[in-house]
Design a protein around this ligand. Structure first.
Ligand code: ATP
Ligand code: MG
Length: 552
C-alpha cells in the first residue's frame, strides 16, 4: 500500500518541528460536528490526522465540536465513533467542546477585563452593515465604548438568561479597519435558549466556532491543528485569541478538502437526500457516507488506500469516483470469495448426464493460496444466464448457441443440441450434452473452447435478491451546477433483481464476508436479508474502467 513517495507538506512541517525540538511528540485531533454522519471527505481528514500521529509516534483526540445545540444529536455522536473505529483508528481521548464551556466563558471574561471584548446590542443587520467591505473600512458603534464593568455585568446577565435570543452578542475588540474581515470585531458569543444534547439547559449563551475551536485545541495541547482550506481566513483570528489569552500556542494548517465526482459531500446536502426520501437513510449504499460505503461492501483498507492515493494537496480538486472504485476492486480481488450466481436464469438440461449428482471442487479464491476449496453440486438440470445464449449468434460469439460448445466453470464442456420454446416462441430450455472426459482439472478431451460460463444446479439453487447501484448523480459536480443539486439525481441509481439463483454455498454467507460473483462483480450481504430471502449489494463492477481512462 505505501509506495515510496516524497513527504507531503504537513509531514515536512512536523519533521521540522520535531527536529527543532519544538515538540517532543505530536498531538492531532479530529473535530467533527455531530450534526450528521461522516462521509468519505471526513475519512480523508481522519486518515490524515490519525495517520500523521501514527507515523510520528503521537496521538489523536476525538473532539466533538458541539457548540451549535440546534442541529446536534447523540445519534450522530455514536455513528461517528463507530465509523472511525471501523476505519481502523483509535483516539487517545473522547472530548467535547461543550466540556470547555465554563473554561471558554472564563476566557471571555478575561478578554473583557483586558478591554478586548464588549457586549453589543446591535441587530445582526446593523453589525453586518457596520462591518464594511473588503474595500471600505468598518465603523465601531457606541456599544464598543462600554466600560469593562458594564461589559462584565451585561455578559454575566447574558449568561444568567436575562435576554432573548439575538438581543445581545459579545464581540472581540480588534480592528474594524483590518484587511482580514474576520478581525473586524468578530462575534464570540450569541444568545440561544436551546437545549443542548450534553449540557441540557445549563447554558443559554454559546460560543461561536472561532471562539471555541482554537481555544479547545489549545486546552488540549494540540500541536498541529489541521483543517480544510476554507479556514485560511480564520487563521489570524485563531492566532489572535491564543495570543491575547497567553495559552498553549497550537498552530493551524490547512489542506484541500476531498471532492468526489458524481456525488455531494456536505452533511447539509446529504441530510436533504435523506429527509426528502431520495435515498433510504444515511447508510443507503449509494451514499458517500462511511456507513453507506460499509453497507455497500467497501473495506476500511480500500478507503485508507484511496485516501493515501489522493494525497494531501493545498489546492481544491475533484477526484474521479473511479479511483475509489479502483481501490476497492483491488482489495476485494485479493479477499473476496468466488461464488456463482445466475441473475436472469434459463434452464439447461444435460441429457447424457447419468449420475444424479456430482460435487465439483472449486477454488474459493485463485488470488489467495489459503482461500480453500468448496464443493459445487453439478446435476442434470442447471441454470445459466439468459444472456449467455443466442439462437442466431454473430461470428466470434463464444457463448452458447445451437451446435456450439462452451465450458461450464469448474465443470464440463457442453454442447447445445436443441432449443425448446413456448407457444409465444420464447426460449424456455436448452437441451445439451456434456463431454464426460472434459472435467476441469482432469480434461483429456483435447478440445479447446473459448467461452466459460457460470451456472447453478437447479435443484440446489438458492433464490437471492440482487441490488445493483449506479452513480447517485448524472453530472460530475452536482453542487457546482446552476439550480438545485437535487435536479441532477440519477433516477436509475438502484436496479433490483428479485429472483436470481445462487449456488448453495451462498446460503451460509455472513455479514463480514465479501464475494465475487463470477463474471458479475463484487457483492456483500445486505442488512435487509432475512432467513427467507438473502439480499446482496453490488459493491462494484468487475471492470476496471478507471485504469483504462488513466492510461490514455
Ligand atoms: P460538511 O460541510 O460536510 O458538513 P464539515 O467540515 O462541516 O463538513 P465537520 O464535522 O465540521 O464537517 O468536519 C470535521 C472535520 O472533517 C473538519 O476538520 C473538516 O475540515 C474535515 N472535513 C470535512 N469535509 C471534508 C472533506 N470533504 N475533505 C477533507 N476533510 C473534510
Ligand atoms: Mg463544520
Amino acid at each position: 500500500m505505501s509506495e515510496e513517495r516524497s513527504l507531503h507538506f504537513l509531514e515536512e512541517i512536523i519533521e521540522a518541528d520535531l527536529a527543532a525540538g519544538k515538540h517532543n511528540s505530536i498531538l492531532t485531533r479530529f473535530p467533527p460536528e455531530p450534526n450528521g454522519y461522516l462521509h468519505i471527505g471526513h475519512a480523508k481528514s481522519i486518515c490524515l490526522n490519525f495517520g500523521l500521529a501514527q507515523k510520528y509516534g503521537g496521538a489523536t483526540n476525538l473532539r466533538f465540536d458541539d457548540t451549535n445545540p440546534v442541529t446536534e444529536d447523540t445519534e450522530y455522536v455514536e455513528s461517528i465513533k463507530e465509523d472511525i473505529q471501523w476505519l481502523g483508528f483509535s483516539w487517545k481521548q473522547e472530548l467535547y467542546a461543550s466540556d470547555y464551556f465554563e473554561q471558554l466563558y472564563q476566557f471571555a471574561e478575561t478578554l473583557i477585563q483586558k478591554g478586548l471584548a464588549y457586549v453589543d446590542d446591535s441587530t445582526s443587520e446593523e453589525i453586518a452593515a457596520q462591518k464594511g467591505t473588503p474595500y471600505t473600512t468598518g465603523v465601531r458603534n457606541k456599544f464598543s465604548e462600554r466600560t469593562v464593568e458594564e461589559n462584565l455585568e451585561l455578559f454575566r446577565a447574558m449568561r444568567a438568561g436575562k435576554y432573548k435570543d439575538g438581543e445581545k452578542v459579545l464581540r472581540a475588540k480588534i480592528d474594524m479597519a483590518s484587511t482580514e474581515m474576520l478581525l473586524r470585531d468578530p462575534i464570540m458569543y450569541r444568545i440561544k435558549h436551546a437545549h443542548h444534547h450534553r449540557t441540557g439547559d445549563q447554558w443559554c449563551i454559546y460560543p461561536m466556532y472561532d471562539f471555541a475551536h482554537g481555544q479547545s485545541d489549545s486546552i488540549e495541547n494540540i500541536t498541529h491543528s489541521i483543517c480544510t482550506l476554507e479556514f485560511i481566513p480564520h487563521r489570524p483570528l485563531y492566532f489572535w485569541f491564543i495570543e491575547q489569552l497567553g495559552i498553549f500556542p497550537t498552530v493551524q494548517y490547512e489542506f484541500a478538502r476531498l471532492n468526489l465526482t458524481y456525488t455531494v459531500m456536505s452533511k447539509r446536502k446529504l441530510l436533504q437526500l435523506v429527509n426528502d426520501g431520495h435515498v433510504n437513510g444515511w447508510n443507503d449504499p449509494r451514499m458517500p457516507t462511511i456507513s453507506g460505503l460499509r453497507r455497500r461492501g467497501y473495506t476500511p483498507e480500500s478507503i485508507r488506500d484511496f485516501c493515501d492515493k489522493v494525497g494531501v494537496a493545498r489546492r481544491e480538486n475533484l477526484i474521479d469516483l473511479g479511483l475509489l472504485e479502483f481501490c476497492v476492486r483491488n482489495h476485494l480481488n485479493k479477499i473476496a470469495q468466488r461464488r456463482m450466481v445466475v441473475f436472469d436464469p434459463i434452464k439447461v438440461v444435460i441429457s447424457n448426464f447419468e449420475s444424479k449428482l456430482e460435487w465439483l471442487p472449486t477454488e474459493n479464491n485463485p488470488e489467495d493460496e489459503n482461500g480453500g476449496v468448496r464443493q459445487v453440486p453439478f446435476t442434470k438440470e442447471l441454470w445459466i444466464e439468459a444472456e449467455d445464449f443466442m439462437e442466431n449468434p454473430p461470428k466470434k460469439y463464444f457463448r452458447l448457441a445451437p451446435g456450439q460448445m462452451v465450458r461450464l466453470k469448474s465443470a464440463y464442456i457442453i454442447t447445445c443440441n436443441e432449443v425448446v420454446k413456448d407457444a409465444e416462441g420464447k426460449v424456455t430450455q436448452l437441451n445439451c450434452t456434456y463431454l464426460p472426459n472434459s472435467k476441469s482439472g482432469e480434461d483429456t478431451s483435447g478440445i479447446n473452447v473459448k467461452g466459460t460460463l457460470h451456472w447453478v444446479s437447479a435443484a440446489h439453487a438458492v433464490p437471492v435478491e440482487i441490488r445493483e447501484y449506479d452513480r447517485l448523480f448524472t453530472v460530475e459536480n452536482p453542487a457546482a451546477e446552476e439550480g438545485d443539486f437535487k435536479d441532477f439525481i440519477n433516477p436509475n441509481s438502484l436496479h433490483m433483481i428479485s429472483n436470481a439463483y445462487a449456488e448453495p454455498a451462498l446460503a451460509q454467507a455472513t455479514a463480514v464476508e465479501h464475494f465475487q460473483f463470477v463474471r458479475k462483480g463484487y457483492f456483500k450481504l445486505d442488512e435487509d436479508s432475512t432467513a427467507d430471502k438473502l439480499v446482496f449489494n453490488r459493491t462494484v463492477t468487475l471492470k476496471d474502467t478507471w485504469a483504462k481512462t488513466a492510461q490514455k
